[in-house]
Design a protein. Structure first.
Lengths: 313, 314
């Protein structure tokens, strides 16, 4: 039996050791310029293919749309025409658990180990974050019965217990922050790729390289790895320097998964983004048949009866 | 034609541009009593009005409710102030205490965050969300604007202008100032936006340049700091930019006044992706036509479902 994986506290202690002055850039400006050039070309091709009217605004690719487009273009169109909106038919309980875990881990970063992390606190954090805006998760939470709230409380406690074991107290000198937005603008502003980083420490103007910590309420998966590397790519192109480390903490997996970022990680992330840009251009242009791919999205998909690829999952 | 660069010339141009809408408004006093109807244009009205004046008017004046969205910009500025003047790392608690003790500026958020607003009680979650956002934004500003402490001379510069004869008030806010604010156009004004660049940011920058100029403190440059994309966009304050600012101000005053007078139908309708979230779109001919245009519904997922970029304040 192998040794248990290192805790987040141990990973960050190593990453943020010393004064950071000796940290080197593992990717370098020439490699980043090459990736940006590839993405610029893909974005311009997507804009041409989309052929949107001049007043339509930019093509927007937040993280969840990139994943959806690469999973199945047909599902994206079917879910939209069926009124499922941008959630694309995801299980509302899973979405709510994900949001609760996000806000409560953010609160844990701010307040330290003594921070409250129960369902009531999570709901209030979501309410405060939503402000005057309608919020589907809040509506769903407000509609739960007492029994359903009890079940959700038990599940949330279980996941947070596992997730937050081994988390450090976040030293203010690390400049810890939560829900940091990151965006990449391409094709003279006609394409915007964006994401939101759950927890970040270090990076400019501190001396340490940035560490990006992603929080998952479920298991670590290939999709989580893709997401982690997309974030590394967006930060690298935003700051002109790749983050030193990406870490995913998944509640239902054993320990954090951490990678030092290298060009070998950023190249496949750029490749996926190129493919998503091409898909966005195709869908917006409407001149091609959307590509079908079987995935977990088949289960809630409104097009499953007429889809030759539907695999019955 | 370019405007006279002297501030009196800009103020005259502003008064002239506002006359078509301001002349129809009842006159009001400014000194001791508020008039029954005063058109108060705020900095964040500029982008909205540039997008669609009718949409601003149809939304009308919204009741003021304190929440984390409203309080975060002030707390983020207080954190930045602390970073510029002492603290090496962002610390929302120290920043809040210093701002509360200071008292004079932005009384609202400090009273609310301190639990002193009985009509709108603050929750622990409200305070936590404000603190988390303020730290994130102040850190991002320090990342995008290097050497903050050495360069920034003022944090949170506010500016007001009252029309000398009409019930119109303009309110502006610049997040950071680099260099002295003098008539000789030496300062750089920085306005922080959490998102990425949008053409709707430009009228806001021009508006701030106009407001400072009519106060005799014409800036040399106005800069948008777009946090999510980690970039700054600078515009030199030229007579043409001031002309743009005057025109954008007139558009915003007309939009806000249209809402107060409940006359949105007389305002220009500028359809676009924002129609997808406009409550008035079903009753708006151009909006409905835009949404029903070829490919709109299909491409709406890709272009129009997100928050529109960057025009909200920090």
């Amino acid at each position: 039996m192998g040794s248990p994986p290192p805790s987040l506290a141990a990973i960050l202690a190593t990453h943020l050791s010393g004064d950071g002055a000796t940290a080197t850039d593992p990717v370098g400006p020439a490699a980043l310029a090459e990736l940006r050039g590839r993405l610029e070309a893909a974005a311009r091709a997507a804009v041409l293919e989309a052929d949107l009217p001049g007043d339509a605004g930019p093509l927007r690719l937040p993280k969840h749309r990139i994943a959806a487009l690469l999973d199945c273009e047909r599902h994206v169109l079917a879910a939209l025409s069926d009124g499922l909106g941008d959630g694309l038919g995801e299980d509302p309980r899973a979405v709510a658990l994900g949001r609760l875990v996000d806000v409560l881990t953010g609160y844990r970063v701010l307040k330290g180990p003594a921070a409250r992390r129960d369902l009531a606190m999570g709901t209030e954090l979501i309410r405060a974050d939503a402000g005057d805006r309608p919020d589907a998760v809040l509506n769903w939470l407000d509609g739960l019965t007492t029994d359903e709230r009890g079940d959700l409380t038990t599940e949330l406690d279980r996941r947070l217990d596992r997730l937050l074991a081994g988390w450090p107290s976040f030293d203010p000198a690390w400049w810890p922050r939560t829900q940091e937005p990151v965006a990449l603008t391409l094709a003279d502003g006609q394409v915007v790729v964006s994401g939101r980083l759950d927890v970040t420490v270090g990076g400019p103007p501190t001396a340490w390289p940035m560490a990006v910590i992603e929080v998952k309420s479920g298991r670590f998966s290939g999709a989580a790895l893709d997401e982690q590397l997309l974030y590394a790519l967006l930060v690298a192109l935003r700051d002109g320097r790749a983050p030193g480390l990406v870490v995913t903490c998944a509640a239902l997996s054993d320990g954090p998964v951490a990678y030092p970022v290298t060009i070998a990680h950023l190249r496949p992330a750029a490749g996926r983004l190129e493919a998503a840009l091409a898909a966005a251009g195709r869908l917006a242009g409407g001149r091609h048949r959307p590509i079908e791919r079987a995935s977990w999205r088949c289960r809630p998909c409104p097009a499953q009866r007429s889809c030759s690829t539907y695999d019955g999952r | 034609m370019a405007t006279d660069p002297q501030h009196r010339g800009v103020e005259r141009a502003l008064i002239d541009a506002l006359e078509p809408v301001a002349s129809g408004l009842p006159e009001g006093k400014y000194a001791s009593t508020e008039p029954a109807l005063r058109v108060a244009v705020r900095h964040n009205d500029l982008g909205d009005a540039a997008r669609c004046p009718a949409q601003v008017a149809m939304a009308g004046p919204s009741p003021f409710t304190p929440n984390a969205d409203v309080a975060t910009p002030s707390l983020a500025l207080a954190v930045l102030d602390q970073m510029v003047h002492g603290d090496p790392a962002p610390d929302p608690v120290t920043a809040y205490r210093a701002a509360f003790a200071d008292g004079g500026r932005d009384q609202f958020p400090w009273e609310w965050l301190g639990g002193g607003d009985r009509r709108h009680p603050v929750t622990t979650a409200d305070k936590a969300v404000c603190a988390m956002r303020a730290v994130e934004r102040a850190t991002a500003v320090a990342r995008v604007v290097p050497h903050l402490r050495a360069r920034v001379t003022r944090v949170g510069e506010r500016c007001r202008w009252n029309h000398p004869e009409r019930p119109v008030r303009l309110q502006g806010r610049v997040d950071l100032v680099i260099g002295p604010l003098l008539p000789a156009a030496t300062a750089e004004l920085l306005v922080v936006f959490p998102g990425s660049w949008s053409p709707l940011i430009r009228p806001r920058l021009a508006y701030e340049a106009v407001l400072l100029t009519v106060h005799g403190q014409r800036p040399a440059t106005v800069t948008a700091v777009c946090l999510a994309e980690g970039r700054t966009y600078s515009q030199p304050v030229t007579p043409d930019l001031l002309d743009e600012g005057v025109a954008a101000t007139a558009t915003a005053v007309a939009a806000v006044a249209g809402g107060l007078r409940k006359e949105p139908r007389q305002l220009p309708r500028q359809p676009g992706p924002h129609c997808g979230r406009c409550r008035s779109a079903p009753a708006c001919g151009p909006g409905t036509a835009w949404l029903d245009g070829p490919g709109r519904r299909r491409s709406g997922f890709l272009v129009g479902s997100d928050d529109l970029p960057g025009v909200e304040e920090m």
